[in-house]
Structures are given as C-alpha cells and as structure tokens.
Design a protein around this ligand. Structure first.
Ligand code: ZN
Length: 138
C-alpha cells in the first residue's frame, strides 16, 4: 500500500488539456470529453476533436464501470519503482460510454483476469494533488 510520503512512481505531467481530468480524479470522478459539435466521445483528453477538429469539447462524468477489452500481465518492470508490483495487469478498459482507456486492474490475481470481465473504477490518492484511476473486478 502506498502512502503519500512513500509514493516514488512517475507522476503525470498535468497539461492544460488534461487538467480537468486530473481535477476530477482528485474528486474520485472519472471523466471524458464529448465534442459539442459532432458528439464524438473522446479519451484521452485533447484540445481538438479527433473526428471533426472542433475545439468545443465538454466534459462528462463516466459511470465508472466497463469491461476489459484487452490486457497483458507485466512481469518485467520498465521502471524500478514498479518492482514490488509485478506481476500486475495492464489493460485497455472499454467504459460503459464506449471510450477506451489504459489502466491497471488491481485487487485480483492476474491469472484470473479475462477479456470481457466487468470492472469498476477505483482511485488511489498518491500525492496531495494527484489521484490515479485504476480498475478492480465489479
Ligand atoms: Zn467533433
């Protein structure tokens, strides 16, 4: 279990286009963008709609659940700060709203993870400013 004082993993770089995503995460809300011009749902956060290039993007709160679209079990760490976590599950989650996001699946033995498994979002408060969204079995 990480505490704020002990968190040594890389932290996100919070950019103007991602700031609202991170503010929502701090409130333990999962959000994505929706294009006000064409309706396209968008994740990851961007400055322009990837379908019609409109800059008019609104934020919507996700229901917070979805299913595993694809995943891998990580055994070889790419950054030493993850050494205590292996093996861990790195997955593409398709949210109920249809957008897909990459995240960790936690609170399950990696050998039990399956494509199509229902998952729900959980948040880890890793610093006073940053909360990270992850998923666990629903
Ligand atoms: Zn659009």
């Amino acid at each position: 279990m990480n505490t704020v004082e002990s968190y040594r993993k890389p932290l996100p770089e919070i950019l103007p286009e991602t700031a609202e995503f991170w503010r929502a995460a701090r409130r333990h809300e999962l959000v994505f963008q929706r294009c006000a011009s064409c309706g396209q749902r968008i994740y990851f956060p961007r400055l322009l709609c990837h379908r019609c290039l409109s800059p008019k993007l609104d934020w919507e709160k996700a229901a917070g659940w979805g299913e595993i679209y694809s995943y891998t079990v990580v055994h070889q760490v790419a950054h030493e700060s993850f050494a205590a976590d292996v093996p861990y599950v790195y997955a593409i989650i398709e949210l109920a709203e249809g957008v897909r996001m990459i995240s960790h699946v936690i609170n399950i033995n990696p050998s039990r993870v399956r494509i199509g498994m229902k998952v729900k979002v959980v948040f880890e408060d890793v610093t006073p400013e940053v909360s990270i969204s992850k998923f666990e079995p629903a």
